[in-house]
Design a binder for this molecule. Structure first.
Ligand SMILES: C[S@@+](CC[C@H](N)C(=O)[O-])C[C@H]1O[C@@H](n2cnc3c(N)ncnc32)[C@H](O)[C@@H]1O
Length: 282
């Protein structure tokens, strides 16, 4: 059934924008007003609300506000992702970073590895990292490996936990890896158990990352294609949160179009062909 679209006034859009920026750090661009009104109109009808001013009050003050926020999040996030995204960086992870971490850990008599996929969406990045680790053969049974995927969007996380993907998710993946780590199921592919063993997915907000980190620190954080949606002061806050969860010498990966250039950060850029990554100062 199609429902009548409720018009969103400029002032109402401003209120919702401010709410979203404060809660998730996300910047809703000016041009999104009409689209957001169209996406939210069915919800206003369900809640029997007559305007977006009423919706804003519901979102901010009602007893159901936290559930409503979880319904709103998928409408304002971009969850696009795929396996082996930005592969030049992943080669640096596999060929430079993992061997260096392994060597320095073994020198200290440690056998644990912690990796965070921050803004993991539907899980493709976390599963890609697991494939790289398995393919490297360098982290066998006597290593305590954990890959944590965190995202604010519970629907994306549901998909991550299910681990069922369509063919298009693998356009950048070598076919033999799909064959080895996923099982065909009708039109889809399901991740095999071997790929799940190190991974857990958690709902969390990068603005309050310590809450979802559970006291853990991370040798590698990948936060790719997430910061582009944040304002500069939010990027600073998120990078400070990463800093608090990483020991000196740990690594940070951002997306191709993201950098720390507009932040005060204790990370140094390391340049490789086709990829820049960051390392926390010793
Ligand atoms: C475009 S996806 C990037 C996925 C993956 N990192 C990649 O590069 O393919 C961005 C993800 O960031 C998540 N996100 C946005 N704001 C967030 C926040 N404040 N806390 C946690 N996750 C957030 C979104 O829900 C979305 O799933």
């Amino acid at each position: 059934m199609t429902v009548a679209k409720v018009a969103m006034q400029a002032e109402e859009f401003r209120l919702i924008r401010e709410y979203v920026a404060e809660a998730a750090g996300l910047v809703l661009e000016e041009g999104k007003q009409k689209g957001l009104a169209a996406k939210l109109s069915p919800r206003l009808h369900e809640l029997r609300l007559r305007s977006f001013t009423e919706y804003y009050s519901y979102l901010k003050f009602s007893p159901g506000r936290s559930a409503e926020w979880q319904r709103l999040v998928p409408l304002i996030t971009n969850n696009e992702t795929y396996f082996f995204r930005e592969s030049a960086q992943l080669s640096v992870l596999a060929q430079e970073v993992l061997p260096a971490l392994k060597e320095s850990k073994l020198a200290r008599g440690e056998r644990s590895l912690r990796i965070l996929s921050a803004g993991c969406s539907s899980g493709e990045e976390a599963y890609t990292i697991a494939m790289l680790l398995l393919e490297s053969g360098g982290f066998s049974w006597d290593w305590d490996v954990r890959i944590t995927g965190v995202d604010i969007d519970t629907r994306a996380l549901e998909a991550a936990r299910q681990g069922v993907y369509r063919e298009r998710a693998f356009w950048a993946t070598e076919p033999h890896l799909v064959e080895r780590y996923l099982k065909r199921q009708g039109d889809s592919y399901v991740v095999r158990d071997i790929l799940r063993k190190w991974i857990s997915f958690k709902q969390g907000n990068l603005l309050e990352l310590a809450d979802s980190a559970g006291g853990e620190t991370f040798d590698v954080i990948l936060c790719r294609n997430v910061l582009i949606y944040f304002a500069d002061q939010t990027v600073q806050r998120v990078v400070d949160n990463f800093d608090a969860l990483q020991a000196p010498g740990s690594y940070l990966f951002l997306g191709h179009s993201e950098s720390l250039s507009r932040t005060q950060a204790s990370y140094l850029p390391l340049r490789f062909p086709g990829a820049i990554i960051y390392q926390k100062r010793e």
